[in-house]
Design a protein around this ligand. Structure first.
Ligand SMILES: Nc1nc2c(ncn2[C@@H]2O[C@H](COP(=O)(O)OP(=O)(O)OP(=O)(O)O)[C@@H](O)[C@H]2O)c(=O)[nH]1
Ligand SMILES: [Mg+2]
Length: 461
C-alpha cells in the first residue's frame, strides 16, 4: 500500500446494489478541484461552501460534458473532516451503473481509486483516530450481534484507547524518572523510591489483568465460534439444529441417513454468534452418496471449535455411537455430549456417557424444543470473564496479544526491581511495555502492521 498522502483518492462509499442514494467520496488536497471538474452547480456558485449541501449536475469531465447524474455535493475541508484532509461527497441516485459512472468521471478528472480502508488509514495517519479506534470502524460495520455492535461503538468512542493510553503514560512517566536517575546519578537527582515504583507497576499490571479478563468474551462476541453436531444416524442431530435455530432449516425424517450434506446456520448465544453445523450420521455405509456425506462430517468436525456428540437416550448405545465418540475425542477440541430424546424412557444411565468421552453432558428433547441444556453447556465452556465497563473491551487477538506482551515486559521490570537490580534493568521492561501498549493505539505500529489491518477493510471505508 502506498503511503503517499498527497494524492487524492476516490471510492464508492455506499454498499453495492441499487439503493436510495449512491455516494462517491473523495479525499485529498485536490478533492475540491477534481469535484469541480465533474460538478455543475445550480445557481450562482463557483466554489462549494464548507459543510453545505449544494445541488449539482454530475457531468463527464471531457467535452461535451455529457450529464451523468444529478444530486448533492458536500465539501468538508480538512483538518476537521473524517480523514483530516479535504473531503468531498457526491450524493447521487443509488443505481449500480450510475454510481460507477460518477466514480469513473471522478477518476478521469484526476483522483485515483482508493485502496481498501484507505480513508480510515488516512484518518489514522492524520491523527483523527488512533489505531484501536480505526479498527473499531471495521468492527462496527461487520458487527454480527447487538453486543458486538455495542463493543465496537465503545471502542470507536475511545474507551479501550483511553485505558491503554493511561497505562502507557504511567509506564512512560516511570521510565523517564528512571532514566533521569541513570543519567544524572552523579548529580542531585533523587532515585525513584522503589516502594512507590513497585506499587505503580502493580497497579498497571492489575488494570491490564482486568482488561484481559474480558478479552475472550469480547473476541467471541466479535468472531463467534463454530459448533458441529456429530453422532450416529437418527439420534436427532437435525432436530436439534432446528430446535436451536427455532426454524425448520434441516430435513428431519425417521429414516437413518437422512442428512447427507453439511447444513450450516448461525444463532445468537447471549450475544455470541454461533455457527452451527448439522452433519450426516457417522456409520459405515455402501451408499456412495452417504459415504461422501460421512466424509464431509469429518471435515466439519475438523473445522469446528466445539464438537457436540449427540446420543439417543431412548435406545441402547450401538457401535456407531462408540465410533462417533472416539472420533470426537480424537479431534481433540472442546466437546459436549447431548443426550437427546429424553422425552422417551431412557435405555441407559446418563452417567454411562462419561465412559464414552470426558465432556460435560446435557439432556434434550429436540422434538419438544427442550434444548436449553445445550445453550447452558456451550455458555459454560466460555467461562464467565466479562469486559470491564469502564476500561473497554478487547475484541481482537492482536490487542489481546499486545496487552499480554505488555504484562510480560512489566513482570520483567517488577522482577528486576524486586531483586534490587540497577535502574537500567527495570527500564528495559518498561520500554518493552511502552512499545507493546503503543501497538494497540498505534504509536508503535509498523507499516506492515498497518497494511495488514487496513487491507481487511472494505473499499470506500
Ligand atoms: N421422541 C423423540 N424423537 C426425536 C427427538 N429428536 C428427534 N427425534 C426423531 O428422531 C428421528 C430422527 O431425527 P433426525 O433429526 O432426522 O436425526 P438425525 O440425527 O439428523 O439423523 P440423520 O440425518 O439420519 O443422521 C425423527 O423421526 C425425529 O422426529 C426427540 O427429542 N424425541
Ligand atoms: Mg440429520
Amino acid at each position: 500500500m502506498t503511503r503517499a498522502l498527497t494524492d487524492t483518492i476516490a471510492a464508492i462509499a455506499t454498499a453495492p446494489g441499487p439503493g436510495g442514494i449512491g455516494i462517491v467520496r473523495l479525499s485529498g488536497a485536490e478533492a475540491r478541484g477534481v469535484a469541480e471538474r465533474v460538478a455543475r452547480f445550480h445557481g450562482d456558485v463557483e466554489h462549494p461552501r464548507a459543510r453545505y449541501a449544494h445541488r449539482v449536475d454530475v457531468v463527464d469531465p471531457a467535452p461535451p460534458h455529457a450529464a451523468i447524474d444529478d444530486g448533492l455535493l458536500l465539501y468538508m475541508p480538512g483538518p476537521n473532516s473524517y480523514t483530516g484532509e479535504d473531503v468531498i461527497e457526491l450524493q447521487g441516485h443509488g443505481g449500480v451503473l450510475v454510481t460507477t459512472r460518477v466514480l469513473d468521471a471522478v477518476l478521469r478528472a484526476g483522483a485515483r481509486p482508493a485502496e481498501p480502508g484507505e480513508f480510515t488509514l488516512r484518518a489514522f495517519l492524520n491523527g483523527r483516530l488512533d489505531l484501536a479506534q480505526a479498527e473499531a470502524v471495521a468492527d462496527l460495520v461487520a458487527a454480527p450481534t447487538a453486543e458486538a455492535l455495542a463493543a465496537a461503538a465503545d471502542q470507536l468512542g475511545g474507551r479501550l484507547s483511553g485505558s491503554v493510553r493511561d497505562l502507557r503514560r504511567g509506564c512512560l512517566d516511570l521510565m523517564a524518572r528512571l532514566e533521569a536517575e541513570i543519567d544524572f546519578a552523579e548529580e542531585d537527582v533523587p532515585p525513584v523510591p522503589r516502594d512507590e515504583m513497585r506499587r505503580t507497576l502493580e497497579r498497571i499490571d492489575e488494570t491490564l489483568e482486568t482488561i484481559l479478563a474480558g478479552a475472550d468474551l469480547g473476541m467471541l462476541q466479535r468472531h463467534g465460534f463454530r459448533v458441529v453436531l456429530v453422532g450416529s444416524p437418527n439420534v436427532g442431530k437435525s432436530s436439534l439444529m432446528n430446535a436451536l435455530l427455532a426454524t425448520d432449516r434441516a430435513i428431519v425424517t425417521e429414516v437413518p441417513g437422512t442428512t447427507r450434506d453439511v447444513v450450516e446456520e448461525s444463532f445468537n448465544l447471549d450475544g455470541i454468534p454461533v455457527r452451527l453445523s448439522d452433519t450426516a450420521g457417522l456409520r459405515p455405509t455402501d451408499d456412495p452418496v452417504e459415504r461422501v456425506g460421512v466424509d464431509r462430517s469429518g471435515a466439519a468436525l475438523a473445522a469446528a471449535d466445539v464438537a457436540a456428540l449427540v446420543l439417543d437416550g431412548s435406545r441402547a448405545l450401538i457401535d456407531a455411537d462408540h465410533d462417533a465418540a472416539r472420533r470426537v475425542a480424537e479431534a481433540g477440541k472442546a466437546a459436549i455430549v447431548i443426550v437427546n430424546k429424553c422425552d422417551l424412557a431412557s435405555a441407559w444411565a446418563i452417567e454411562d456417557a462419561g465412559g464414552l468421552i470426558d465432556a460435560p453432558v446435557c439432556r434434550t428433547s429436540a422434538i419438544n424444543g427442550e434444548v436449553d441444556g445445550v445453550r447452558e453447556a456451550l455458555r459454560a465452556l466460555i467461562g464467565d470473564g466479562a469486559p470491564h465497563p469502564d476500561l473497554g473491551t478487547v475484541a481482537s487477538l492482536r490487542h489481546k496479544q499486545a496487552l499480554e506482551r505488555a504484562r510480560e515486559e512489566l513482570a520483567g521490570a517488577r522482577e528486576a526491581a524486586a531483586s534490587g537490580l540497577p535502574a537500567d534493568f527495570i527500564a528495559i521492561g518498561l520500554r518493552g511495555a511502552v512499545q507493546a501498549l503503543g501497538e494497540v493505539t498505534g504509536e508503535s505500529a509498523t507499516e506492515d502492521l498497518l497494511d495488514t489491518i487496513f487491507a481487511k477493510f472494505c473499499i470506500g471505508k
